[in-house]
Ligand binder design. Structure first.
Ligand SMILES: [Zn+2]
Length: 311
């Protein structure tokens, strides 16, 4: 079915190396990031708060002739790419996998497999901050499985329905968010180059305003030149106060942060570097970089706004 893959004896070693290198660079070696391992199954209200129940869907169309299904936003024409048949009207298809918690299968026990690891971090933000006594800015990092019922999985392990993410939610004071976004983009870009991916096979791409996710104020993708073209390895998003604001609203629990130094209380902004473990593994696997390339300089970025501060 091409939507889930198993890693064999060599593949699992490579994948573990990728995760360990990420964990070391992003959690262990930074004193402003701590780790977390949250559950895959969460309270269904979490996904209402996150906006996934409402917004996490793709426009699905079906060919009336061959019955193949496609994402309307990925098609170049309004005919079937397989047989040129007529397509149905698009309908919104939610990408979350549903299952039931406990022995009774009714709507009251319906839950979701998490479509991202991020929400496990947001709902634990206050616990972690209180327990570790971290002051802002600080982040929480996590590696774990996520599940999306993609309409069209493909390109080997690039787009699969079960995959692994390595994510940081980095909490900052509003106003410092744009600066922190830039620092994280730079850090994460350098990480890929540092581990041997040739810089000419990497590029930065800023999301256009109509492409931004429902939570994002700005997003940069680090893309890799895969055999089939450029594809996202990691997205670094400025989520502003969307997440903590929504969880405050839905849970009734105040998730604001009190800054001892300034005696001010505010809702932290969030910078999120979110990478795909399987995609990074595939890129490292396919990379023919030599040690010599590890000092490669960062190439001209693909947009001018980021060029300013990369120099
Ligand atoms: Zn067709």
């Amino acid at each position: 079915m091409g939507s889930t893959w198993d890693y064999g004896p060599l593949g699992v070693e490579l994948k573990r190396n990728v995760k360990e290198a990420w964990w070391r660079a992003v959690v262990v070696e930074r004193d402003d990031v701590v780790g977390l391992d949250a559950a895959i199954l969460m309270h269904p209200r979490v996904w209402e708060a996150s906006g996934h129940v409402e917004n996490f869907s793709d426009p699905l169309v079906e060919c009336r002739q061959c019955h193949h299904r496609f994402r309307e936003d990925q098609l170049e024409t309004n005919r079937c790419p397989e047989c040129n048949g007529e397509l149905t009207e698009p309908r919104r298809f939610n990408l979350m996998f549903r299952t039931f918690m406990g022995p009774v299968e009714d709507s009251g026990s319906e839950i979701y497999l998490r479509p991202e690891t991020a929400q496990g971090i947001f709902v634990n933000f206050q616990n972690v901050q209180t327990a570790t006594r971290k002051k802002l800015p600080f982040g929480i990092g996590q590696i774990g499985k996520a599940f999306r019922n993609e309409i069209t999985p493909g390109n080997f392990t690039f787009r699969t329905r079960e995959f692994e993410q390595m994510e940081v939610e980095f909490f900052v004071e509003p106003g410092s968010d744009e600066d922190w976004l830039q620092r994280w983009v730079q850090d994460r870009f350098n990480w890929y180059v540092g581990y041997g991916i040739r810089a000419e096979n990497l590029r930065l791409r800023e999301h256009a305003s109509d492409e931004l996710a429902h939570y994002a104020k700005a997003t940069f993708d680090i893309e890799y030149r895969f055999p089939w073209g450029w594809g996202e390895l990691e997205g670094i998003a400025n989520r502003a106060d969307f997440d903590l604001g929504r969880h405050t609203e839905f849970s009734g629990q105040d998730l604001s942060y009190f800054d001892d130094a300034t005696r001010e209380r505010y809702l932290p902004y969030v910078i999120e570097p979110s990478g795909g473990v399987d995609r990074a593994t595939l890129a490292f696997f396919g990379s023919t970089a030599t040690t010599k390339n590890r000092t490669a300089t960062i190439p001209e970025p693909s947009c001018t706004c980021i060029a300013r501060w990369l120099r």
